[in-house]
Design a protein around this ligand. Structure first.
Ligand SMILES: *Cc1c(COP(=O)(O)O)cnc(C)c1O
Length: 371
């Protein structure tokens, strides 16, 4: 007989998932109800309203996709890009590369703006790309590149796209609730995030938000959205508050309880206080790491507080240290991706993981292994 699975106790300081507070886990253990139950509809309305607070938006169409952040990404592209549409895609890490892949698969014509990994997107390059491609319909960029720890200027990029009459798709999987983000003020038309990073819920849900301009664009499509599951025209009938809700798919009920609780916790703390906490914990971690001689990959002005990428010192076996951290300290940190594999570590301070005891514990663990 196979025994029940009991997960080991871990401290999650990687690129996500982050530590999940007991309150969220408790919420998820409550009894399952039907997805068309009026009580569940009420829960969804509260989630939508709290997500508007997190995204800093008035967008009516703000809700959690029943799938991880990657599905939120795909929802933005399959709905907003029609075959032949020109899309300016900024690539300064792994996730910009995934956006590019989405553009290609939806039949869009990508115009790539490349920046070195570890640096933010250069707004001047984006302006130049629009000048050279005035027919570009969409700008796509990653606000917080989790693969490198670099933060791009969402406000500058949103304003450039608006000036050229284009819509903007912004990846804020790692930035939402961790670092200042103002969807409406920046003029962002479509944004997607994830439940397991700075919101500290379990993985598997992707909060998204779409502006009225984005909805107009979707309604004016001349070709059907290639994905049935992610077609907003259909999903809308399920998540809309007014009128009759129609069955589209069965929402993951208990994870929604968890997301609701995570958002209640965020509301209690206050969004700006949550941003300030991430910043303060980052400063403490940075001071400790730098005192050990460790160097940051990203320059200070573009550093994400919630994702600290540091170079592995010369002659140190990075995978061996990560394995010891996990086995002896039960501490998870992240490795480098793509071009940065083997060269960097990524230490997350996301959501509930961004607290003093985690910072102290992580520094203690590093001190045990570094020369
Ligand atoms: C984690 C992440 C994603 C993907 O989210 P999943 O929930 O793993 O699908 C997308 N973009 C960025 C910037 C991320 O950090």
């Amino acid at each position: 007989m196979t025994a029940s699975f009991i997960p080991p106790k871990r401290i999650l300081m990687g690129p996500g998932p982050s530590d999940v507070p007991q309150r969220v886990l408790d919420a998820m253990a409550r009894p399952t109800i039907g997805h068309l139950d009026p009580a569940f509809v009420e829960l969804m309305e509260q989630i939508k309203s709290m997500l508007r607070m997190a995204f800093q938006t008035e967008n009516a169409l703000t809700f959690p996709v029943s799938a991880p952040g990657s599905a939120g990404m795909e929802m933005c592209f399959v709905n907003l890009v029609e075959p032949g549409d020109k899309v300016i895609v900024c690539r300064n890490g792994v996730f910009g590369g995934r956006m590019l892949e989405n553009v290609k698969r939806t039949g869009g014509v990508p115009v790539i703006v490349d920046d070195a990994w570890g640096t933010p997107v250069d707004p001047q390059k984006v302006r130049d790309a629009f000048k050279a491609n005035p027919d570009a319909k969409i700008l796509a960029f990653v606000h917080a590149e989790t693969s490198t720890g670099a933060q791009s200027d969402g406000e500058a990029l949103g304003k450039i796209a608006q000036a050229f009459g284009a819509l903007t798709i912004m990846d804020c999987v790692t930035s939402l609730a961790g670092t200042p983000l103002y969807m409406d003020k920046w003029g962002i038309d479509a944004a997607y995030s994830g439940s397991q990073k700075c919101l500290s819920c379990t993985p598997g849900l992707s909060p998204v938000s779409f502006s009225d301009r984005a909805i107009e664009r979707i309604k004016a499509r001349t070709t059907p959205v290639q994905s049935w599951f992610l077609d907003l025209n259909l999903v809308l009938g399920y998540w809309q508050s007014s009128g009759k809700r129609t069955y589209h798919h069965t929402a993951p009920i208990n994870p929604m309880y968890g997301l609701h609780e995570a958002l209640v916790i965020l509301e209690e703390e206050g969004l700006e206080n949550a941003w300030a906490r991430h910043r303060a914990m980052h400063e403490k971690l940075k001071a400790g790491l730098e005192a050990m001689g460790l160097k940051y990959v990203v320059e200070a002005s573009a550093r994400l507080p919630q994702l600290n990428s540091i170079y592995v010192p010369e002659g140190v076996d990075e995978a061996a240290i990560r394995a010891r951290l996990l086995n002896e300290f039960s501490l998870e940190i992240g490795a480098g991706l793509g071009d940065m594999a083997g060269k960097i570590w990524r230490i997350g301070l996301m959501g509930y993981s961004a607290k003093q005891e985690n910072v102290d514990y992580c520094l203690k663990a590093f001190k045990a292994y570094l020369p």
